[in-house]
Design a protein around this ligand. Structure first.
Ligand SMILES: NC(=O)c1ccc[n+]([C@@H]2O[C@H](COP(=O)([O-])OP(=O)(O)OC[C@H]3O[C@@H](n4cnc5c(N)ncnc54)[C@H](OP(=O)(O)O)[C@@H]3O)[C@@H](O)[C@H]2O)c1
Length: 535
């Protein structure tokens, strides 16, 4: 008689402490394992250990998930039909050691790909097969986030935290969607030392001196919560309190806490906002300047006397906007580029970093959403969304900062969205915008005293071409809809007021306020209803 087929589980980051802890527990539970990770030697040692215990040697897939070919190897293993994977554990990735502006574009981009980019590609590859197969044991996925994904901190940990915010949001949203298919998705938030206790302390972000659970306890808690169908697992009472409370903490309070590490209370209180006031007219670069919020931003800046560089794919529409603005006696250059491509981003990054006619204000506005469910959306479309909505924002910001910091002034406005506060069915879009907001917050903390401001502008429904491009009618009551003019005017005023996050409109300020206090599960259910099927 043959017993039930063992669950087959693929673990990435199996060469890290936490990855190994997952592997050992899953092996003890009888899972058949595939080990992936950056260090081949460490994977082989672990595979030897397991084969000595049970006589069967796990498959080993060494490779760096930031490398397209290595990632593709793991993606193909997940897609393979003959030995299908029932559970995917996307383990931790190496922590960043340098923050912006010291780190270069390639370095920060690789870190984003290794974490957020890999989670996106691996979940998209794994979930459809799991849904159609339905292994009787708890199948689905476990991802790893960290406390900086919930509470912004300055420095390298904050940069990793922005990617973790994405991972947590994506996993939570998909957990809600796929619970109806019998799949469980859980994101586990291990606290230091698994996320570098020392580095956190250096960042001034270790508010609770609690003894964190060890790697094995984290893996045990994650597997138990996954089996119970819980979307978010925070092992330990203290860490759970920290993550729970973190949503309630207003960002100015985070700024004051970070300021206390550097100076006196009066100084820290003064630092609850960034530098205030209007900047003299200079040169602004606006991505997605051919329509909607970007074109409107450009109009407002031109009226204030700024010269402009407008970026988008459609050369004719860009020239039309540019011609209109030139009538206001400002210089307007156009840069035709597709930000979904490496060549397009490099072309714009080169202009952003140029010392001649330097850019004083960068508006990272270009963005779009994909229609349809996550598992039905073409992986290439999801990847393009990641490139434009997230990677381009990071790369252009990384290109702009060294010059701005050296000059002691400059502004970066990242167009995010209220959707970034809502872990709903528009999973990829919401998660991407939560990344943009988290990135802006950590940079606002990191760049304190440099004279450079970074702000996330988070509009709600705005009358632009955004929804028509998705093939969607405008939904919801009229009072939910704002004009791009109102959004931009409020955003510009908030930047001058030194805010790190701007949410235009009283309605959306209220909605964002409510998301902070609402239980996560209820928030997921409500957000799923309002996302109208965006992938
Ligand atoms: N409208 C809303 O309800 C709303 C709400 C919250 C946040 N937002 C955000 O606001 C930003 C602007 O959107 P919108 O509402 O103004 O939409 P929109 O009218 O559709 O404008 C999008 C802009 O992005 C550009 N773009 C898209 N893909 C690009 C690519 N691959 N490379 C270069 N440029 C690209 C488009 O130009 P080309 O097509 O010529 O390239 C266009 O200029 C987005 O980040 C969006 O997520 C919108």
């Amino acid at each position: 008689m043959t017993g039930p087929t063992p669950r087959r589980t693929l673990v990435t980051g199996a060469d890290t402490d936490l990855g190994r802890a997952f592997v050992r527990r899953l092996h003890a539970a009888g899972d058949e394992l595939v080990l992936a990770g950056g260090e081949r030697a460490a994977l082989e040692v672990l595979a030897d250990e397991l084969s000595a215990l049970s006589g069967s040697r796990p498959e080993v897939l060494p490779g760096d998930l930031a490398d397209e070919l290595d990632l593709d190897l793991v993606v193909r293993r997940l897609l393979t039909g003959t030995r299908p994977i029932d559970l995917l554990v996307v383990g931790p990735t190496p922590p960043s050691t340098r923050a912006l502006p010291e780190a270069d574009v390639a370095e920060v981009r690789a870190a984003l790909d290794r974490s957020a980019g890999a989670v996106l590609a691996l979940l998209r590859a794994a979930l459809p097969g799991m849904i159609s197969r339905r292994h009787p044991g708890p199948g689905g996925a476990i991802t790893v986030t960290g406390p900086a994904g919930f509470l912004p901190v300055p420095g390298p940990a904050g940069l990793d935290g922005a990617a973790q915010a994405y991972i947590a949001m994506l996993t939570e949203a998909l957990a809600h969607t796929f619970s109806r298919d019998g799949l469980a998705l859980t994101t586990v938030c291990p606290t230091p030392p698994h996320v570098e206790k020392e580095r956190w302390r250096l960042a001034g972000a270790m508010p609770l001196h609690v003894a964190p659970p060890d790697a094995d306890a984290v893996a045990a808690a994650a597997l138990a919560d996954h089996a119970a169908g819980r979307a978010l697992c925070v092992p330990g009472v203290g860490p759970r309190a920290l993550v729970g409370v973190s949503r309630l903490v207003p960002f100015p309070a985070v700024r004051v806490a970070a300021g206390l590490r550097r100076g006196s209370l009066p100084q820290a209180l003064r630092g609850r906002r960034g530098p205030r006031g209007a900047r003299p007219a200079g040169i602004a670069l606006v991505t997605g300047g051919s329509s909607g919020i970007g074109a409107t931003y450009a109009e407002h800046l031109a009226s204030a006397g700024h010269d402009l560089v407008l970026v988008a794919r459609d050369a004719i529409r860009l020239e039309e906007v540019a011609d209109r603005l030139r009538a206001q006696a400002v210089r307007v250059d156009v840069l035709v580029a597709d930000l979904a491509t490496a060549a397009g981003r490099a072309k714009v990054a080169e202009r952003v970093a140029a010392a001649e006619r330097p850019i004083d204000l960068l508006v990272n506005n270009a963005g779009f959403a994909t229609a349809g469910e996550f598992v039905d959306t073409d992986p290439a479309a999801l990847r393009a969304n990641y490139e434009v909505n997230m990677a381009a924002v990071l790369e252009l910001t990384a290109a702009a900062l060294p010059g701005m910091v050296a000059r002691g002034r400059g502004d970066i406005v990242n167009i995010s969205s209220v959707a970034g506060f809502l872990p709903g069915r528009g999973s990829v879009y919401s998660a991407g915008k939560s990344y943009v907001t988290a990135l802006s917050r950590t940079l606002a903390l990191t760049l304190v005293d440099t004279g450079v401001r970074v702000m996330a502008l988070c509009p709600g429904y705005t009358r632009t071409e955004f929804h028509a491009r998705l093939g969607q009618e405008r939904s919801g009551p009229e009072w939910l809809w704002m004009d791009a003019d109102e959004v931009v005017a409020e955003g510009m005023a908030d930047l001058e007021a030194g805010k790190a996050v701007s949410v235009p409109g009283a309605v959306y300020k209220t909605i964002v306020g409510v998301t902070r206090v609402m239980p996560r599960a209820l928030l997921r259910a409500l957000a799923a209803r309002s996302a109208s099927g965006r992938g």
